[in-house]
Design a protein around this ligand. Structure first.
Ligand SMILES: [Zn+2]
Ligand SMILES: [Zn+2]
Length: 329
């Protein structure tokens, strides 16, 4: 048994993430137009008929832009908190609205979806863990962790339970500091209710990665204040065998099969000494120069039977597609 996951798009121009098994699936957020969601799922061989529910993390436009049409056209129920719905201009069909409650498991066929609160500049934002029971008392868990003001105890706890995760790595601190954004906007992004920096995301990964985390998809990268190749290299250097890929702002990812059987190297924990190398990160971001990968003898997913993983990392990073819409962040 596996869970199949894909990013349909990731960034301030639209977010939508697919998680499913062989019989049913859910979308986390619907920030692409309905037509573009259909098109990208078709390209990936994913069927809309399997999508039994859409879960909404918060009311920002990049997470709900395609929701009304998508829900109505395919009669897909929308799980959303009362406050998020009330703070949006969404006009959903009433019979398709399902109240979302934090810290409760919602069953969608063989999938279980847990929402938990996060810190972000929205009325009632939530992260999600989607899981499926493997039939032997264990589960496969996928985390969807984007739009995060900071790394809170909730996030650490759930990150440590996941076999794969979409994790926000929104901005490089130096690029943001030196960039064109006005000061108040810079402070909004990095002020604890905005977005996670590369450094914050990397520290979470290095400290709290569980040994069974086979895949990490870096998500919601800023157009202006980040570089996909920088993020790829930063996390690859620290991956210790976890497959790392950047989810693009300009196209869908591959579909990854998460079988829950990976057994690698856990993170270093909360107390061990660790500093990433901001000087190196800054130099890389500024010059475009590549950092030599660290020597690493840990097993790679390809060597442990992840036959369904298709690696087109360079194609993903270099894809020339145009953003659907460019907004700040
Ligand atoms: Zn967002
Ligand atoms: Zn947001």
């Amino acid at each position: 048994m596996s869970l199949y996951i894909a990013s349909l798009n990731s960034g301030s121009n639209g977010n939508s993430y697919y998680i499913g098994n062989d019989r049913e699936a859910v979308l986390i957020d619907a920030g692409l137009s309905c037509r573009e969601t259909e098109r990208r799922m078709r390209k990936l061989g994913l069927q809309m008929s399997l999508v039994k529910a859409i879960f909404i993390s918060h009311e920002h436009d990049d997470h709900i832009r395609g929701l009304e049409v998508l829900s109505r056209r395919y009669q897909i129920p929308v799980h959303i908190t009362d406050e998020t719905l009330g703070n949006s201009r969404l006009q959903l069909d009433a019979h398709l609205v399902r109240a979302l409650s934090p810290d409760q498991h919602t069953a969608i066929g063989g999938l279980s979806i847990l929402a938990f609160p996060k810190t972000h500049d929205a009325i009632d934002p939530h992260s999600f863990v989607v899981s499926t029971d493997r039939g032997d008392g264990s589960a496969i868990r996928i985390g969807i962790f984007t739009d995060l003001g900071h790394v809170c105890a909730n996030l650490i706890q759930h990150f440590q339970s996941c076999h794969a995760a979409f994790l926000e790595s929104n901005y490089d601190e130096t690029l943001l500091e030196n960039g064109r954004y006005p000061w108040p906007l810079k402070n909004r992004i990095r002020g604890g209710k905005g977005h996670l920096s590369n450094h914050q995301a990397l520290e979470l990964f290095v400290r709290y990665r569980p040994s069974f985390m086979s895949h990490l998809l870096l998500a919601h990268l800023s157009q202006d204040n980040n570089r996909p190749e920088l993020v790829q290299r930063l996390f690859e250097d620290a991956s210790k065998g976890t497959f790392v890929v950047v989810a693009s702002r300009h196209g869908e990812s591959e579909v990854y099969a998460i079988d829950g059987n990976y057994d690698g190297q856990a993170g270093i924990g909360a107390t061990a000494d660790w500093i990433d190398n901001p000087v190196r990160a800054t130099r890389t971001a500024g010059s475009g120069a590549e950092v030599a990968p660290a020597a690493d003898s840990s097993p790679k997913p390809a060597a442990i039977g992840h036959s369904k993983i298709r690696r087109r990392r360079s194609a993903l990073l270099n894809r020339p597609g145009q953003p659907i819409q460019t907004t700040l962040f």
